[in-house]
Structure formats: structure tokens, C-alpha cells
Design a protein around this ligand. Sequence first.
Ligand code: 13P
Length: 265
Amino acid sequence: MKTPARTAIIAGNWKMNFGPLQAATFAGEILSDLVPLVEASSHIISIICPPAISLAAVQHAMREQYHQRIELGAQNMYFEEKGAFTGELAPSMVSELCTSVILGHSERRAYFGESDELVNKKTLAALRHGLRPIVCIGERPDQYDAGQTREVIASQSLHSFGRLPAEHVKEVVIAYEPIWAIGTGKAATAEGAGEVISYIRQLFGEMYGDEAALAVRILYGGSVTSDNIGEFMAHPDIDGALVGGASIKPDFVEIVRKTIETVGM
Ligand code: 13P
């Protein structure tokens, strides 16, 4: 069941698109529409996640067109506090600019070898630094075809967001992103995604108790657009979306608009 405490989240994962100059321009454009929209509904948070090098540029644009429920997120970070880790970002650095951080995206798992264990360390580090981790899980196409979705999800859940400190479990956001739906234009059905998301909520309850399961927000990701967001949001267990391709287009604003139509003012 959706509860009023579970404020909807529409997050835009820009992936490796828009350096600082383009990011500033695009952020400026969408913020002029997003700010009045988000202003009108207290039931939604929008999180923009540009590439790391563009975070400061987008933060600058956000200061000029400010709303407290439009937040900045990073796409990744390392778990160590500082030191000789060339090319990495420490949690304390990310938390200077961002409220949130996407962790364990399937692209990081597939192309950069990230394991559930690494994602777990990053999740714990994010929570220690007051960052909201958006932890991604989801099955591959071959696992989906073989009917292994639940097995894969159970294992990823246990190992990616296990061992969380009790006082922080409600701050975690989970994104269910079936890999076969990412960037393919073939979104899951709301019913199919909802079924897996309800299962993730059940698993979370087994790990952290009923109260935590009611509070945790679980998003769907994979070919979300303004045409299908309404169906996903209508499902009682789906609390929002992690949007890829459509987040670097004006359609992102329409996705937020349609979400507000569902969650109300
Ligand atoms: P698309 O919306 O482009 O399918 O990407 C989803 C995604 O990977 C968001 O993290």
C-alpha cells in the first residue's frame, strides 16, 4: 500500500550525458518548469543526477531556481573516506553537493565489475554520511527468460542492502530496474514491475520488520516516459521512477507532471 509518508520520488539518471556547459543549460531549462510544478505538490521529490563533473554546474543552476524538493544526486561514489583512489569520489565529497547517490546501477555492475558486496559497502558509507542511497537491483534478460527473477532479486536484496543499521533503514531507496527494460523502449508492465516490487518490499520486511517495509521507497526504472509513468504510479507499491533516457529531454517535466496527477497536490 502507498502511504502518505512515502513521498514519491522521480529521479533522473543522466548517465554519461552533458558536461558542465550543457548540463547548466539543460538544468536551467527544465528547472523553470519543474520548480512551479513541484511547488504545487508536497507529495513529490525530484532528484537530478548528472555526471560527477557536472554536479557543481547543476547545483549552481538549482540555486538560481530553487526548490527544496528538487534535489541533486550523484551516479556513483566510492566507500572509502579519502586517500589514494585515483578517479574516485569520497562520500564526504558527494555529500557537500548532493542529498542522494545512485549505487549499484546495472551499468556499473556490468561494465565496471561492481558486486553486491561492493554496493553494500557503498550503501553503508552513504548512510554514514547522511546521503540517501538509491540502490539498484534487477535481473538480466536471460534470467528473466529462465524465470529466475525472484531468485536473483532475493540474492541481490540480501547482499546489496543487508546489514543496514536499524536507525537508517527507512532512508534507503531501492530502484528495481530489470535490465531487459533499460534503454530498450520495452518497459515492464505496471503489473509485472509491481509484482516484483511488492516482493522486494516483503523481503525488506523480513530483513528489517514491517514498519521499515511500509516506509521504504521502491522505484521502478526501465524505459519510463510520460506515456507510461501514470500506470506505474497507480500501482500501490510503486513509489516513483528512476528515469534514464527521458530524463535528458523535456519529457522529464511531463513525467513529474503526470506523477503529480496521480499522487495529488
Ligand atoms: P532508461 O529510462 O533509458 O531505460 O534507463 C533506465 C535507467 O537505467 C535509469 O537508471
